[in-house]
Design a protein. Structure first.
Lengths: 288, 266
């Protein structure tokens, strides 16, 4: 651990970063706050509306629907991706020529532009010519993601698992590879079972990276937009319209500035709150 | 036990590769064959879709536009983040912890929240529809990320290195460029990789901050999908080509990637 000296001049080193992030974060955020409390009938003419938009958003069934779907989606993908990622990381060879190749192949989905992920799954899941859609129908399942909400949900979730589980695998693998061989040898001498090794050696060592994985997957799945939008367009009906999709629809599609801005603020505050809870828990975990 | 482990890894990688295989499979088929029905591999192998992309300027300019803002963003993010990360790793100053959390909170901001204000902001700056606008907008999440990763790597370098250099009469800029940066070269590589990656995969901001002149490939693809009917072969070929930059950069950092992730700072 490095001891740091107090030096107020360090501010000058941070200044460029501060300026660029402020340009991108503070000014737009102020714009959003501004819109969220005003109304307009013609360009350039605004008047103060107070909390009208917030009340409207908070009482609208549409927002409740999007919010509910968002939490359900995030809960499902976290429940699948975290255990699956840990399982695959545990199964990875610890050393050897295959490790690099496995890591590169696994990281591949992370590097594909998000709309291409959507387009790829679109093609993959088509009921008549896609491998997944054709295969499921051939097996006797009635599957069509453009018509049935259940199929659409299944596809959206499978796509997210495909896209992001590798992130959990890589993080968990990095945590596992920091365990010295001596630990495993000691466990072997004591005759510990595979489960005991996992419970008392591997899991504690992975705790930190797993919290980070959970945090990242929560954040990114809560903001998800591009992949489900390209795949289903939020449909059929509104069945896969998550928060971001609903927000962009309101802001750009319907140009409903006040509503969109109030939604944005609520959305941002929710993300921030949950992340703050995670962050504090993580820091506390590190100290102890 | 060992067999079961190999099976898990094998099945997982197979699951990852199937959609990619299907994309490649479609990209080598003729439109007639695609519409004709299901087939495991192209019956009449064709490079027609790829030929269209490489000869039509809307398509190949899309790739060039995307690459130009991604590279600009990587350079801007890394070079601004270097001094800031140094400050966070070496000094304590007024409000440093709050500043750090505030920076990170921008990584958590949903881009959808910022789309509309960004369009207004960059129009006001006369940058709308330029690669620079997208490059600067992506700094919102890439600069905090770069600071976070670099700070981790820098904290691994002992303070004595700095002190010895100052005693030897190095000025701060000279020390930083000549001695410190080579020491964290791997860290800079990993950081550049993540900046490249997040800028390359982002679509919402890139699409909405451009209209004609700087249209990125991701926007060309969505617009083609909606206007030109459903040209699946072309769409698949365009998608397949977007995999290449990712494969290239990941190959360069494959030795360091586990370490970059190990810092847990993505």
């Amino acid at each position: 651990m490095i001891t740091k000296t107090v030096n107020q001049k360090a501010w000058f080193l941070v200044l460029p970063v501060l300026l660029i992030v402020a340009l991108n974060a503070v000014i737009p955020l102020m714009t959003v706050v501004n819109y969220s409390v005003q109304d307009t009938f013609s360009p350039g003419v605004f008047f103060f509306e107070g909390t009208k938009w917030y009340k409207e958003v908070l009482s609208s069934p549409r927002f409740h629907g999007a919010l509910g779907r968002q939490f359900l989606y995030t809960a499902i993908i976290l429940a699948i991706e975290i255990p699956l990622g840990v399982l695959v990381a545990l199964a990875m060879p610890r050393k050897g020529p295959w490790v690099s190749a496995c890591l590169v192949l696994m990281a591949l989905p992370l590097l594909i532009p998000w709309n291409v992920v959507g387009a790829m799954w679109n093609i993959f899941a088509l009921p008549d010519i896609g491998l997944l859609g054709y295969g499921l129908n051939w097996l006797g399942f009635d599957y069509n993601y453009t018509q049935q909400p259940v199929s659409a949900w299944m596809t959206v979730i499978l796509m997210d698992v495909w896209h992001w589980t590798s992130l959990v695998v890589l993080l968990a693998y990095a945590g596992l590879s920091s365990i010295p061989d001596a630990y495993y040898q000691a466990a072997k001498i004591d005759g510990a079972s595979a489960f005991a090794v996992f419970r008392y050696i591997q899991l504690p060592k992975m705790k930190r990276v797993l919290i980070i994985a959970l945090l990242l997957r929560f954040m990114d799945s809560f903001m998800v937009y591009t992949e489900p939008f390209v795949l289903t367009g939020g449909g059929p009906g509104n069945s896969t319209t998550f928060l971001s999709i609903d927000l962009v629809k309101a802001a750009i599609g319907e140009f409903n500035l006040g509503i969109a801005a109030a939604m944005s603020i609520l959305y941002f505050l929710m993300t921030l709150l949950v992340c703050w809870v995670f962050y504090t828990a993580m820091m506390r975990g590190e100290e102890s | 036990m060992r067999g079961a482990k190999i099976a898990v890894v094998f099945v997982y990688i197979l699951f990852l590769m199937l959609p990619i295989y299907w994309l490649l499979n479609m990209s080598f088929k003729t439109t007639n064959e695609i519409l004709g029905g299901f087939s495991w591999y192209p019956q009449e192998f064709t490079l027609e879709s790829y030929k269209t992309i490489f000869t039509d300027s809307t398509w190949y300019n899309g790739y060039l536009n995307s690459l130009s803002y991604v590279l600009m963003n990587t350079v801007i993010s890394v070079s601004l983040a270097l001094p800031a990360a140094y400050a966070f790793s070496r000094y304590r100053f007024l409000g440093d912890k709050h500043l750090f959390f505030w920076l990170l909170s921008n990584r958590m901001a949903p881009p959808a929240v910022f789309v509309l204000p960004f369009v207004e902001l960059y129009s006001a700056l006369n940058l709308f529809d330029t690669p620079l606008a997208v490059a600067l907008a992506h700094c919102l999440f890439n600069v905090p990320l770069a600071v976070w990763i670099l700070e981790g790597f820098m904290s691994g370098v002992p303070r004595e290195v700095d002190e010895t250099a100052y005693i030897d009469g190095y000025s701060f800029p000279r020390f930083f460029i000549k001695i410190f940066m080579p020491l964290i070269a791997a860290g800079i590589g990993v950081t550049a990789f993540f900046c490249f990656m997040f800028s390359w995969v982002e679509m919402l901001l890139a699409k909405n901050l451009t209209s004609v002149a700087a249209k990125p490939i991701v926007a060309v693809m969505t617009r083609t999908a909606s206007t030109a009917g459903y040209e699946l072969g072309l769409l698949a070929a365009a998608g397949a080509l977007t995999l290449i930059p990712g494969v290239v950069v990941i190959w360069f950092v494959r030795k360091h990637i586990a370490k970059g992730f190990a810092l847990g700072r993505v």
